[in-house]
Design a protein around this ligand. Structure first.
Ligand code: MG
Length: 393
C-alpha cells in the first residue's frame, strides 16, 4: 500500500449546538464526516482510508458512512495526539509508505490540495499545507492590546499533514505523554524537516455555526450540492362541533364552534403534516397515526407535524417553505395569521419568513360556504439529499 489517509474524528465537541459532535452534523444533507471521507476515498492517489472515532460514537459513525467501503474504525484516545497514535498503530499492519493525517471537520478539502500534499511527499518526509497570514497580528491582555506580532514568517497550518509513515509513527511514539499542538509539531520534535505546500481557504475547520453556513454556501456555489427540491401537498377537512375549542395552527381561535375529530382536530396542522410527508413520499398522517389508536385521542396536533419534521431531518432534509390556505366563512383568520405563522415556524424550527398562511372563503358555496366545517390545503417545498433512482418491478 502506498498512501493511507487517517481521518481524525474522535472529538466530542458540540459547540455548534445540539447534542451531536460537529463531525456528525449535516452539511448539505450529509454528515460532515461522510463528506470528508468521500474526498479521500475518491482520490486516486489514496489507497486506504482509516477513520479514528471517539468512544461511544460507533452508532453515529456507522450511520454516517453507511454504504461506504471502509475498514472498522479505530477508537481514539483522550487527546487528538493519542487518537492519531492509535490510528497510526492500526495502520502499521498494512505498512503504507505515506500517511495523510486530516481533521474530519475540514470537510471542504479539495482534490487539488490532496494532490499537492501527495506530490510534496515524493521529495520530503513531511508536508504541511498552509496559508499566508494577511491580517496584522496583535497581542492582547484581556481586552487591551499589549503588543504587535510581526506576521513575517508566519503561516496558518491546515491538514492533511502528510508524512513518511514509519518516521511519523516513530515520532509519535517518542512524543507520547508530551502535549503537542499538531502532527507537524510531533514531527519536528523528532527532527523531521517539514516542507510547506499551499493550503486552501475553503479547507477551514467547521467549528461554529457560521462555519457550517459558510460551508453550505460554498457547496452550493461550487455546484456540489447533493440536495434536490421536492414538493408535497396536503388537504384536510373537519366538520364543526359545538362542544370543542377551535384549534388552528396550534392556536386556540375564539369561535362559536370547534372542530370534530379524534385528535384536537387542528385541520391546518393536519394539512401541513400531510404536505411534509408527501414531499418525502412517506404516506399520510393516517399511516403514521391511525385514527383508531387511542394514544392520539384528543392530542395536540403539533406532535404529528413534529414527527414529520423529525423524519425529514433523519433523511438529511430541510424545509424550504410552507404555504397554507385555510378555507372557511368564519372565523376571520387574519387577526391570528402572524401568531399562526410563528407557531408553525417554531414547530418546524425554521424562520417565520419560510411560512405563509392565507385564508379564503368559498363565497358561501359548498360545505365551507354553508359553515359546516373548515378545509385546509398546504404545500410544502423541501430539500432532500438526492438518491439514485432504482426502478422496482
Ligand atoms: Mg385531519
Amino acid at each position: 500500500m502506498q498512501t493511507a489517509a487517517l481521518i481524525v474524528a474522535a472529538g466530542s465537541g458540540t459547540r455548534l449546538g445540539g447534542d451531536l459532535p460537529k463531525q456528525y452534523l449535516h452539511l448539505d444533507g450529509q454528515p460532515v464526516l461522510r463528506r470528508t471521507v468521500l474526498a479521500f476515498l475518491e482520490h486516486p492517489r489514496i489507497d486506504h482510508v482509516q477513520v479514528v472515532i471517539g468512544a461511544g460514537q460507533k452508532d453515529l459513525y456507522d450511520k454516517a458512512i453507511a454504504g461506504l467501503d471502509l475498514p472498522p474504525p479505530v477508537i481514539g484516545g483522550e487527546t487528538r495526539q493519542q487518537s492519531v497514535a492509535a490510528g497510526l498503530a492500526a495502520l502499521a499492519g498494512s505498512a503504507p509508505a505515506h500517511v495523510l493525517i486530516h481533521d474530519a471537520a475540514r470537510a471542504l478539502i479539495d482534490h487539488a490540495l490532496i494532490t499537492r500534499v501527495c506530490d510534496g511527499l515524493v521529495s520530503c518526509s513531511a508536508v504541511l499545507p498552509a496559508l499566508p497570514v494577511v491580517d496584522s497580528l496583535s497581542r492582547v491582555e484581556g481586552l487591551q492590546v499589549s503588543g504587535t506580532q510581526d506576521r513575517e514568517g508566519l503561516v496558518r497550518a491546515q491538514t492533511p499533514q502528510g508524512f513518511d509513515f514509519l518516521a511519523i509513527t516513530a515520532a509519535h511514539r517518542k512524543a507520547a505523554g508530551q502535549a503537542m499542538s499538531d502532527d507537524v509539531a510531533v514531527a519536528r520534535a523528532a527532527g523531521m524537516v517539514v516542507q510547506v505546500v499551499q493550503g486552501s481557504e475553503d479547507n477551514f475547520k467547521i467549528t461554529v455555526a457560521e462555519d457550517l453556513e459558510r460551508a453550505e454556501f460554498l457547496v452550493r456555489q461550487k455546484g456540489l450540492s447533493i440536495m434536490e427540491t421536492r414538493t408535497g401537498s396536503g388537504f384536510d377537512v373537519h366538520r364543526f362541533a359545538s362542544d370543542r375549542a377551535l384549534m388552528l395552527c396550534g392556536l386556540q381561535v375564539p369561535h362559536t364552534h370547534g372542530l370534530a375529530g379524534h385528535s384536537d382536530a387542528d385541520v391546518a396542522l393536519h394539512a401541513i403534516t400531510d404536505a411534509v410527508l408527501g414531499a418525502m413520499a412517506e404516506g399520510d398522517i393516517g399511516d403514521h397515526f391511525p385514527p383508531d389508536d387511542a394514544r392520539w385521542k384528543g392530542v395536540s396536533s403539533d406532535i404529528f407535524l413534529r414527527y414529520a419534521m423529525s423524519l425529514l431531518q433523519l433523511r438529511g432534509g430541510r424545509i424550504n417553505s410552507i404555504d397554507l390556505t385555510i378555507i372557511c366563512e368564519a372565523p376571520k383568520i387574519k387577526p391570528y395569521r402572524q401568531a399562526m405563522r410563528h407557531n408553525v415556524a417554531a414547530i418546524l424550527s425554521v424562520p417565520a419568513r419560510r411560512i405563509s398562511i392565507k385564508a379564503t372563503t368559498t363565497e358561501q358555496l359548498g360545505f365551507t360556504g354553508r359553515r359546516e366545517g373548515i378545509a385546509a390545503q398546504a404545500t410544502a417545498t423541501v430539500e432532500l439529499p438526492r438518491e439514485p433512482d432504482t426502478f422496482e418491478a
